[in-house]
Design a protein around this ligand. Structure first.
Ligand code: NAD
Length: 357
């Protein structure tokens, strides 16, 4: 079968990660990319993309592509995903799927009407330690899990020190993001909980801010689940994070034992990277396929998420993390914001998104 022809809409931070991932995916090639920033187009060209465009609508009009990756800021997800679907492309959309459930529903409807698949990049479920926990949980290792807790904390819109790049303007604009830490990181965490425990109901939510940002930089949500597990969800933007280390955990308090994500992660990321790189050298020497993204640890998750989507599209199957899932997670965030109403920050976020509708 011919390679899937992929168009990259947005060649910034995560767009570049997806471009690197496709280079390791057999059966898919990024043939064109669009970005408003000339340096980003030049970088994509240097990384092997044949044609670049300033305007993504020109890319969609002129290129014969099978799939589009929407790696644009959230305020452009709805219009770009809808345009891509109407152009007849399958669409892989960055998280958060949309800024509001209303926007997300429009995207799902547009894909249905065009008869194309739509998926979302909920990456944390693809992290190696989370996949290991799923394997152990599904094997019944800890039995029923009455309580779970999941968290992800980073520096949000700010670059880790030393800051080399200016902050992308959209990241400090709640109209562009649709919310703060809960919208940006919470969608990943809700997705992991739904994957493990089935349908979620938001029972309690509170958001707050330690910094003078126009949205919440800390959020705490309690959910109940179809499996009868109660879980806390913590998302925050207040802690410096220097890759390859990332701050987050997932813990399952089962009736038989506890599962902790930390127990299945490299203790030392640099040592893990060096060991994986050496393993790859040995694999090459034996004529075996190297595990390209293993040394980068977290990029494995981005690679697997995109590969899962493209494999499903190539097989004519529904993507495993589809637009309906993207929409549900945005709905949970909206419910949490409504419950947290009354806190100063939630009121500000709610007002901004409301005004934008
Ligand atoms: N899945 C994950 O773990 C993960 C990680 C990081 C970011 N993201 C998501 O990816 C999306 C993009 O984030 P990012 O960090 O790559 O941001 P970014 O600012 O680095 O990239 C966005 C790119 O879009 C380009 N752009 C903006 N308007 C455009 C337009 N009209 N036409 C063409 N290009 C345009 C910008 O120039 C920029 O290069 C966001 O939704 C973010 O939440 C997801």
């Amino acid at each position: 079968m011919d390679d899937l022809r992929v168009g990259l809409l947005g060649a910034g931070n995560i767009g570049t990660v997806h471009l690197q991932s496709t280079r390791g995916i057999d059966g898919a090639t990024v043939v064109a990319a669009a970005d408003v920033v000339p340096e980003n187009r030049t970088r994509a060209e240097k990384q092997g993309v044949e044609r670049t465009y300033e305007d993504y609508t020109d890319l969609l009009a002129e290129e014969d592509i099978d799939a589009a990756i929407v790696a644009l800021p959230p305020f452009l997800h709805a219009e770009a995903a809808t345009a891509a679907a109407e152009a007849g492309c399958h669409v892989f959309v960055e998280k958060p799927f949309a800024r509001t459930a209303e926007e997300g529903q429009g995207m799902v409807d547009a894909a249905d009407e065009a008869g194309v698949s739509i998926g979302v990049d909920h990456t944390i479920r693809y992290q190696p330690e989370v996949q290991k926990l799923k394997e152990l949980y599904d094997a019944g290792r800890v039995g029923h899990v009455p309580l779970a807790s999941i968290a992800r904390i980073n520096n949000g819109p700010f670059s880790a020190p030393p800051a080399r790049e200016p902050i992308s303007g959209w990241m400090l604009d709640p109209d562009a993001t649709g919310g703060g830490a809960l919208m940006d990181l919470g969608v990943h965490l809700f997705d992991v909980l739904e994957w493990f425990f089935g349908d979620l109901t938001v029972e309690y939510a509170h958001v707050d801010a330690s910094m003078d940002l126009p949205f919440e930089d800390s959020a705490l949500v309690v959910v109940s689940t179809e499996a009868g597990t109660q879980a806390t969800v913590s998302a925050g933007f207040f802690q410096w994070e220097t890759p390859p280390d990332i701050t987050g955990y997932f813990r399952l308090e089962g009736v038989a034992d506890t599962l902790r994500s930390e127990d299945h992660m490299p203790g030392q990321f640099m040592a893990h990277a060096a060991k994986s790189a050496l393993e790859n050298v040995a694999k090459r020497a034996r004529g075996q396929e190297p595990a390209y993204f293993k040394p980068t640890y977290y990029y494995q998750a981005h690679y697997r998420a995109l590969k899962d989507f493209l494999d499903a599209v190539a097989a004519g199957e529904e993507p495993p993390v589809n637009g309906a899932a993207g929409l549900r997670m945005v709905e949970h965030v909206e419910t949490a914001y409504e419950m947290a109403e009354g806190t100063a920050v939630a009121d500000r976020v709610g007002a901004n998104v409301e005004a934008d509708r």
